[in-house]
Design a protein. Structure first.
Length: 212
């Protein structure tokens, strides 16, 4: 395996760790342990903790940009693209929990700004998508920006461990119910029957399995 592939393999091992732990409290010994390699080997591939954090943020930014491409794809139906927006919103919250954003803001403000800019560009792209759907009569006339902002707020709340306990709900049911709520908010009544919910239910189940 060449060096770039090995580096990618080790980086894949640390990504879930960065999503679940404050990287301000992680050092290179911790990074090596989670990658299951020696510290000496770690330094063969990564010059510093800063490089790993930068790679992680670049990975998140790249995800947002690739998501924009899918949403703009006219070969996908409005219902398929709507489901992609929900999937991407959910993954965006999982990739960038509140504690990670706070760490970035305090320690790596330039990376925080880069991530915020990518999120803003994503919202702008989604606004165009929703406006096009409204013009086509498929979507109800809504404030597209507010429609997307609610994703970040509500999904972050749902993913808090206390939420499912407080309201006696499973995480899967909470995420599916919020998806259904958004669907009924967005689609004009005559187009609701065109939305097949089964792929979204399977995707939510897969995401939950990956983060458990």
């Amino acid at each position: 395996m060449d060096k770039s592939k090995s580096k990618g393999k080790y980086f894949d091992k640390i990504k879930p760790v960065l999503r679940k732990n404050r990287f301000s409290q992680l050092n290179m010994d911790d990074m090596a342990r989670h990658m299951d390699i020696s510290k000496a080997t770690l330094y063969k591939y990564f010059s510093s903790k800063d490089e790993i954090i930068t790679m992680f943020v670049e990975h998140c930014v790249d995800y947002f940009e690739r998501a924009d491409g899918l949403i703009a794809n006219p070969n996908l139906s409005y219902s398929e693209r709507f489901q992609k927006t929900y999937e991407h919103s959910l993954k965006a919250v999982i990739y960038t929990p509140d504690f990670l954003l706070q760490d970035l803001k305090e320690i790596y403000p330039h990376l925080h700004d880069s991530l915020m800019l990518a999120q803003l560009e994503r919202i702008r792209s989604l606004v165009k998508f929703f406006e096009a759907g409204t013009a086509a009569g498929v979507f109800n006339p809504i404030n597209a920006t507010m429609f997307m902002v609610q994703d970040d707020v509500v999904l972050r709340r749902i993913l808090e461990p206390s939420f499912t306990i407080q309201f006696d709900l499973t995480l899967k049911k909470s995420l599916i119910d919020f998806y259904m709520l958004k669907k009924y908010q967005l689609f004009a009544a005559e187009y609701l029957h065109t939305v097949d919910d089964s792929p979204m239910e399977k995707e939510i189940a897969l995401i939950i399995q990956q983060i458990s």
